[in-house]
Design a protein around this ligand. Structure first.
Ligand SMILES: Nc1ncnc2c1ncn2[C@@H]1O[C@H](COP(=O)(O)OP(=O)(O)OP(=O)(O)O)[C@@H](O)[C@H]1O
Ligand SMILES: [Mg+2]
Length: 237
């Protein structure tokens, strides 16, 4: 029984149908990758899951409940969080203040404190820089804060939009290790959106390839890494 079930999702921007037929499921504790080129509809899919864009067709169920009409705030309360493309930190606020923004739905101060400690344990560099303005951090550090801010909502499903974008290989490896550790240690389900298909397929249990708003391939990460079509189109083999 999946915790998230997306069936035939479609999303429009005016007359443009950016997502036309996307179906996938996410199991409890699973890492699911959505890969595809520029403009394939990955970010739009995440926005629809988060409630930031309305569906024009399709069904979306979360823990057995239809959430298609729920606001983004209601979805955060039910355990869905998004670390958006481009990080979107508040540059003129400190790192700690950015983390606190992510925790505004968590009523217990003890729980907020404990989650901040989890974020600091996962990203020691974020802890060291907690009093610094977010805008003064390196790209990799900002990405860590963006993931940490989404973790502050204590999600059961954490959605990460292009966490590796623009980062050096060494920093990408750190982020990848953190994603695995979040998944392993707290059993958090993860949707990982990436143009870096190789990375995403290595990290994920299941994966879906999007092209022009449709799912064109699906399988386990290992299956898609070995798939001829995926190798030619996305892995440069
Ligand atoms: N706010 C918007 N208004 C109009 N069209 C949009 C808007 N956002 C995205 N689109 C269009 O929708 C399509 C899908 O965009 P989307 O951002 O979901 O792609 P993506 O797979 O995330 O791409 P990338 O890898 O470049 O981030 C594209 O054709 C894009 O131009
Ligand atoms: Mg995108």
């Amino acid at each position: 029984m999946p915790i998230l079930e997306a069936r035939n999702l479609a999303v429009q921007y005016g007359p443009l149908e950016a997502v036309r037929d996307v179906s996938f499921t996410v199991g409890e504790g699973e890492i699911v990758a959505l890969v595809g080129s520029n403009g394939a509809g990955k970010t739009t899919t995440l926005k629809a899951l988060m409630g930031l864009k309305a569906l024009s067709r399709g069904k979306l169920s979360w823990a057995g409940q239809d959430i298609a009409a729920h606001s983004a705030a209601a979805r955060v309360e039910r355990g869905i969080a998004l670390s958006p493309e481009g990080r979107r930190l508040f540059a003129r606020m400190t790192v700690l203040e950015n983390l606190e923004v992510g925790a505004h739905t968590v009523r217990s101060a003890t729980l907020r404190r404990r989650t901040i400690d989890q974020v600091y344990a996962l990203f020691p560099r974020v802890a060291e820089r907690r009093r610094q303005l977010a805008g003064s951090l390196s790209g990799g550090e900002q990405q860590m804060v963006a993931i940490g801010r989404a973790m502050m909502a204590q999600p059961r499903l954490l959605m990460l939009d292009e966490p590796s974008l623009g980062l050096a290989p060494k920093v990408i490896a750190e982020i990848a290790a953190a994603v695995e550790s979040i998944n392993r240690e707290s059993g958090t389900s993860i949707i990982l959106v990436e143009q870096n298909a190789r990375l995403a397929l290595k990290l994920s249990h299941h994966a879906y390839v999007l092209e022009q708003g449709e799912v064109v391939r699906a399988g386990t990460g290992a299956e898609l890494l070995a798939d001829d079509f995926v190798q030619k189109a996305y892995l440069g083999v």
